[in-house]
Write a protein that binds this ligand. Structure first.
Ligand SMILES: NC(=O)c1ccc[n+]([C@@H]2O[C@H](COP(=O)([O-])OP(=O)(O)OC[C@H]3O[C@@H](n4cnc5c(N)ncnc54)[C@H](O)[C@@H]3O)[C@@H](O)[C@H]2O)c1
Length: 360
């Protein structure tokens, strides 16, 4: 079977990982490279001299290709989505699909109407630690009733190897980072959120223009409640992560976003570590995600992480923003297309809740 010919759009930080992952996958090859930045194109061409590079999206219609991978910032993808859909090329888009739910809905509808598969790059689902947590729930511990999810990091957004747009975008923590966490919650709990109460804020030392901190209390349709705290501007250079879930027969404790999985049954004196396979961060998860995309395009497996599924995670982001703005709990389902007359008019789930101003 011939290799899947991919056009990579956006040649920044994330694309460096994708170039390696695709190069090492015999089922795939990069035929096109698109980025308005000449320096970014030159750097990519050094690694892939046989590919065609361009500043223009017209390459999408001009090249013989089988798929488009969007590794661009989430804001301003309209023309990219339109070009890929017009060329009838399946799309693998980095998360978040867009920087607004309305735009993401438009993209999903556009792709579905044209019969174009649209997958979102939710690589954390493909980590062995995530798959093992699901297995523990199913086979050992039983369903999660409540959980505490903390992600604390001092993310130096000025580092050369990191993207720069989050420094100035609205709600960078929510759109860029919490979106992964919200997706994981939905995936591992196997349930959809029904109510979110959140506050977002920015500590005095923050290098981000807008809020780098999110605190949220999230209720899921199956009754599970998650207490979430995420920050990109903790005040210690060392990162910390813990996702502890209280299940029917005990607890699951994940102490690292890439691994360190443990569990205990109710009467155990100590946690038991769960063995995980050797693992290269940011690579093996992308390898598995790409394999899943290829399998779907070849018809051997259903498409995972669809754009439509992703809308439910994006609505969690928007619910957090609305909750922080209004001081009220928000039902994410009210944010579905047609459920709201206009953005910001989702009905609060507790109309009598005291009004709180968003703290800056
Ligand atoms: N899944 C993950 O774990 C993960 C990790 C990092 C980043 N990401 C995502 O990857 C995406 C890109 O992030 P990044 O860190 O590479 O950002 P970046 O700023 O480093 O790179 C983005 C690149 O896109 C280019 N670009 C901008 N507009 C373009 C357009 N219209 N057409 C073509 N190219 C355009 C820019 O010139 C830049 O080279 C974002 O959605 C981000 O959230 C995902």
């Amino acid at each position: 079977m011939s290799a899947l010919r991919i056009i990579l759009v956006g040649l920044g930080a994330r694309a460096q990982f994708w170039m390696r992952v695709i190069r090492e996958n015999p089922d795939c090859t990069i035929v096109g490279l698109i980025d308005p930045s000449e320096a970014a194109r030159a750097r990519a061409l050094e690694q892939l001299p046989e590919a065609k590079a361009s500043a223009s999206l017209s390459l999408i219609g001009d090249l013989e290709a089988d798929a488009v991978l969007l590794a661009t910032p989430p804001g301003g993808r309209e023309a990219q989505m339109e070009a890929a859909v017009a060329a009838r090329l399946p799309i693998l888009a980095e998360k978040p699909l867009a920087d607004s739910v309305e735009l993401a809905e438009r993209y999903v509808e556009m792709a579905e109407a044209a019969g174009v598969p649209l997958m979102v790059g939710l690589n954390f689902r493909y980590l062995p630690v995530t798959q093992e947590a699901l297995r523990l729930i199913d086979e050992t511990l039983g369903p999660v009733e409540f959980s505490r999810f903390t992600y604390e990091r001092w993310r130096d957004g000025r580092l050369a190897r990191l993207n720069k747009y989050p420094l100035t975008m609205d709600q960078p923590m929510l759109w860029e980072q919490s979106i992964h966490h919200f997706d994981l919650m939905r995936y591992v709990l196997r349930s959809e959120p029904v109510e979110i109460f959140a506050k977002t804020f920015n500590p005095s030392w923050s290098m981000y223009r807008d809020d780098a901190n999110v605190s949220a209390l999230i209720t899921f349709a199956n009754g599970a409640i998650v207490n979430y705290q995420g920050t990109w501007q903790s005040n210690w250079k060392m990162p910390d992560f813990q996702w502890r879930s209280e299940c029917a027969r005990g607890v699951i404790v994940q102490n690292d976003q890439f691994g360190a999985l443990n569990y205990a049954l109710h009467d155990d004196d100590a946690l038991t570590a769960v063995p995980l396979p050797p693992y290269e961060q940011w690579i093996d998860d992308a390898v598995a995600l790409l394999a899943s995309f290829v399998a779907a395009l070849r018809g051997s497996a259903p498409l995972q992480c669809t754009g439509r599924d992703h809308l439910n995670s994006l609505r969690m982001v928007q619910a957090c923003i609305l909750s922080a703005e209004t001081g009220q709990a928000i039902r994410p389902t009210d944010l579905a297309a047609g459920a709201m007359h206009k953005t910001g008019q989702a009905s609060p789930s507790h109309p009598d809740a005291p009004s709180q101003r968003k703290s800056q």
